[in-house]
Design a protein around this ligand. Structure first.
Ligand code: URA
Length: 465
């Protein structure tokens, strides 16, 4: 069999056999096929898509490209092991908040996360912005950690989901990320390789997501739910909005700081506007995961419990345990009268310059284009242009205003943190076109502020309608 023939067949819109797909995945993982040929095949898949059969075969070949995790040692009788995955976004730090929360509520998770892809950030990069955090621990140690503290957060490695690791990096630099079939197989192959009982997907939609409209987001969700069904793993999807960046911070270390402020919030701030969008998404995803795990199926009760473990500090303690267990450096600082001496993770890089971006006119912020903000982060060095690029963890954006906020001309909308003036100039071109202010009436402004971020929830019943 020749890779050339496989590329040609897919280029001409024909269906690949299981044998051909298995061959390409196996040979690529063994470095017997060069990146340029695989890039060509990925582009052919991007344009022609995959049939259902091809999608299942590709996902299962990728899942089987390395060993599967055996979770039997961490399984609790009568409970299910649930994993989560987001299709990606800008400012998406949901995993880092949800995992400690559910672990504090007795739901253990061993999660594998990826690096930033295209203009979207990656949980693995965010964690690596913490000095010393070891994302590449062996599976054996990861499972021991779940037994001891209830959670671990590791990266795709050569031990697990190797096909996804290689394809993911290649897609990132060959403009082949935004293919529904490649996204579905990437996500589901690594989730299934983790040996979990159930999967919760956060399928994002909007300019800062790979799916730009609700219809496509639902289709992607359905494809992944079908793969889950074929693999006998119950899969659910929460569709969430990514039309503006999620939360107030974009950038690796900055997002870790936002995670910490969320987990340390008091009663007033957790319910405040500051966390409006993040809170809605976190509550839904965490509540659904707790329900799927069998710990408690009452979603509203779960949401109350989530707030309880945030306010009690238990969720933050779990986050800290995670960082410490994976060798992340923490230091004791005096935070404020409420939290007194706190241990906080130490971030790696330091930032040199700050620049405030001001409103050019008065009115309401109608939109903040999250893709442009994601691209601007890449310009600052906070994301990768090629798979070999290293990252500047310290750069990013702090938003003082969000969509639906009223501004006067000259108000600060966001602050840019950067280390290189040339990079800032490049990023600025994206930023200045990303924010749209209009003189709309107060009622419409309020509506924009209150628009929901959780747009739909789909399960296996929805794909058989
Ligand atoms: N997340 C993944 O893991 N893979 C993709 O292809 C896109 C988002």
């Amino acid at each position: 069999m020749r890779m050339y023939d496989i590329i040609e067949k897919k280029r001409d819109g024909k269906e690949l056999t299981k044998y051909e797909i298995d061959y390409f995945i196996k040979e690529y993982c063994e470095d017997k096929i060069p990146d340029y040929q695989v890039s060509a095949l990925l582009m052919a898949i991007y344009f022609n898509g995959l049939s259902k059969e091809e999608l299942f075969n590709l996902t299962f070949a990728m899942r089987d490209s390395s060993k599967k995790i055996d979770l039997s040692d961490i399984k609790i009788p009568g409970k299910y092991i649930v994993d989560k995955h987001s299709t990606g976004g800008v400012g998406d730090k949901v995993t880092l908040i949800v995992l400690p929360i559910i672990a504090a509520l007795g739901v253990g998770v061993c999660k594998m996360s990826g690096k930033g892809l295209g203009f979207t950030g990656g949980t693995a990069d965010k964690l690596e912005s913490i000095e010393g955090y070891d994302i590449n621990i062996p599976i054996k140690n990861a499972l021991k950690q779940v037994q001891e503290i209830g959670l671990c957060l590791i990266s795709q490695s050569n031990e697990i989901a190797i096909a996804d690791k290689k394809l993911y990096a290649l897609r990132d630099t060959t403009a082949t990320v935004e293919s529904m079939d490649l996204i579905a197989s990437s996500i589901m192959s690594k989730k299934l390789a983790c040996g979990v009982d159930k999967i919760l997907l956060d399928v994002t939609v909007g300019s800062g997501a790979f799916m730009k409209n609700l219809e496509d987001a639902k289709l992607l969700a359905k494809k992944m739910i079908e793969i889950g069904e074929a693999a006998n793993v119950e899969t659910k999807a929460v569709i969430t909005s990514m039309s503006e960046p999620l939360g107030r911070n974009v950038g690796n270390a900055l997002e870790i700081k936002e995670v910490i402020s969320f987990l340390l919030a008091d009663e007033e701030s957790i319910m405040s506007d500051e966390f409006r969008d993040l809170r809605e998404v976190v509550l839904e995803i965490a509540a659904q995961m707790i329900s799927m795990s069998g710990v408690c199926t009452d979603i509203e009760q779960n949401k109350r419990d989530i707030i309880r473990v945030i306010l009690s500090g238990e969720a933050y303690e779990k986050f800290l345990e995670l960082v410490k267990a994976q060798k992340g450096k923490v230091e004791k600082v005096y935070l404020d009268w409420l939290h007194k001496d706190m241990y906080l993770p130490v971030t790696k890089d330091k930032v040199t310059f700050f620049k405030e971006i001001h409103a050019q006119s008065s009115g309401y912020i109608v939109s903040i284009d999250s893709k442009s903000i994601g691209e601007a982060l890449v310009c600052l060095g906070g994301g990768r242009r090629t798979k070999e690029d290293s990252i500047d963890y310290s750069v990013g954006f702090e938003f003082s205003k969000k969509v639906g906020d009223k501004v006067e001309e000259g108000d600060v909308i966001l602050t840019v943190l950067y280390n290189d003036k040339q990079n800032f100039e490049e990023a600025f071109e994206y930023i200045e076109n990303a924010i749209y202010i209009d003189n709309i009436d107060d009622e419409l402004g309020e509506k924009l502020k209150l628009k929901p971020h959780v747009l739909d929830i789909l399960g296996v019943d929805d794909i058989h309608e």
